[in-house]
Design a protein around this ligand. Structure first.
Ligand SMILES: Cc1ncc(COP(=O)(O)O)c(C=O)c1O
Length: 446
């Protein structure tokens, strides 16, 4: 019988993007506690968190007293005052801290409440920059098929999937165009790297020309795409993209909402791939999930061109959230969690590659502590399962039976544990994934 919490959740709470039937049938755990890299549900089941709060936000693990204390102290001293016309000390300190650790040229930050708002802010910065600098009303934004940039209307308009999230909210913001993604396992151009000579990046040139160079404000790209499950770019991809953006003075926005603050084994994926963005978007591991905060940081040239930025959020620059971020980053640095993520990530990827022995695992890929395995029905022909076969749900439920939480994404399963995960925990997680794959394969007669 459903617990009172499930009944109440079913009746009174909108769970994001979750079927009510799954709540009723108990497929949605009620998470009540977190300890280290584990979470515990209301039935006292313990799960190893292989996906950092399911959104890949958690950097330092659960129950960090120091972060809680920093938030408490800030709330007691000054919990909130407007972010316009008044200055909050933690916001200034955090902006200065970011200027010190972000890739070189990024100096100036605007804080908002989450990743979607960070993306909206980046779009607005790009538009106002062009207007102030050259009087051009550049309003178009180019993103990529399979891209995910969030749920507010501008960010949603840059979503590169045809799915209910997009279709149900139409019409979306005009002026969005899409580039083919660097999805090498299923190349949209049927080419093979490196013989392809990065044709998918070169296509940006043609697209900008088609859309009108004087109308395109920015190109936005995740450093590593989440849409089909942790897709790293091929070597040289972002260098080519940067050249094309420079040719047309189109701003390059790199979305590091997932990759920022160590997930790839570098503090930022821009450091890993030597990307020089004009604007970077951040959220998730900025506070590790302890408080809602997003940010868009930009280079001096853009910051100088915008005297008054026409943008405001009641909870932008929130002192308690900025205090949480400062403490979270301090822990990431003090415990060397970025280097740790690089080392743990190589164990995780090596273990996932061994799982390619399974008939339904097509490819294991990833960087640092963000990895995925591509699930296929026919390995030789790389044919995925049909959406109605619910393969990801079957596998994630089997994972829970074996005490681990991970998630499905496109045709893939994704793994992105807190950066604080240990080698022993990774080994336990890999064993559980192996067993979950066995269970589902047995059920499906593989
Ligand atoms: C790359 C990327 N950008 C933006 C967002 C939106 O962030 P939020 O859900 O905090 O609004 C997400 C969320 O998953 C994301 O993965």
């Amino acid at each position: 019988m459903a617990s009172q919490t499930l009944t109440d959740a079913r009746n009174y709470l909108w769970l994001y993007n979750t079927q009510k039937e799954d709540v009723e049938t108990g497929k949605v755990p009620v998470i009540v506690r977190g300890e280290g890299n584990y979470v515990i549900d209301d039935q006292d089941n313990r799960y190893l968190d292989l996906i950092a709060g399911n959104t890949r936000a958690n950097a330092t693990g659960y129950g960090r007293e120091q972060v809680a204390r920093a938030m408490y102290d800030q709330a007691r001293k000054m919990h909130y005052f407007s972010s316009a016309n008044f200055i909050s000390l933690p916001a200034v300190a955090l902006a200065k801290k970011l200027a010190g650790i972000l890739p070189d040229e990024l100096t100036t930050t605007c804080f908002v409440c989450d990743g979607s708002e960070a993306v909206e802010t980046a779009f607005k910065m790009a538009k106002q920059y062009h207007l102030n600098e050259s009087g051009q009303n550049r309003f178009k934004i180019i993103s990529r098929y399979h891209a995910y940039h969030g749920q507010t209307m501008g960010a949603l308009s840059a979503l590169g999937f045809l799915n209910p999230m997009r279709n149900a909210m139409a019409p979306l913001v005009p002026g969005h165009a899409f580039l083919i993604p660097p999805y090498c396992y299923r190349c949209p151009l049927n080419l093979t790297y490196p013989a392809c000579d990065l044709a998918c990046a070169d296509a940006l040139d043609t697209l900008i020309q088609f859309e009108g160079p004087d109308l395109v404000a920015a190109f936005i790209a995740e450093a590593i795409m989440q849409g089909m499950g942790a897709l790293p770019p091929p070597d040289g991809y972002f260098e080519r993209i940067r050249e094309i953006c420079d040719t047309y003075e189109v701003l390059l926005i790199i979305d590091e909402v997932i990759t920022g603050f160590g997930r790839t084994g570098k503090m930022f994926a821009c450091d890993l791939y030597n990307i020089r963005p004009d604007i970077i978007t951040l959220a998730k591991q900025l506070t590790g999930g302890y408080a809602p905060l997003g940010a868009a940081s930009t280079i001096r040239k853009i910051a100088d061109a915008i005297d008054t930025f026409y943008h405001i959020h009641t909870y932008g620059n929130h002192p308690v959230c900025c205090a949480a971020a400062l403490k979270n980053i301090e822990i990431i640095e003090r415990e060397n969690l970025v280097a740790h993520a690089a080392q743990m990530g190589s164990y995780l990827l090596a273990g996932l590659k061994e799982l390619q022995k399974h008939p339904i695992v097509g490819e294991a890929r990833g960087v640092g502590l963000w990895c995925a395995i591509e699930i296929v029905k026919d390995k030789d022909r790389r044919i995925p399962f049909k959406p109605e076969e619910n393969i990801a749900q079957q596998l994630t439920l089997a994972g829970k039976d074996h005490g681990v939480i991970f998630r499905g994404m496109g045709n893939a399963l994704e793994f992105a544990p807190p950066l604080s995960i240990s080698r022993k925990e990774i080994e336990a997680g890999l064993r559980a994934i192996d067993l979950a794959l066995d269970d589902v394969e047995k059920k499906l007669d593989f």
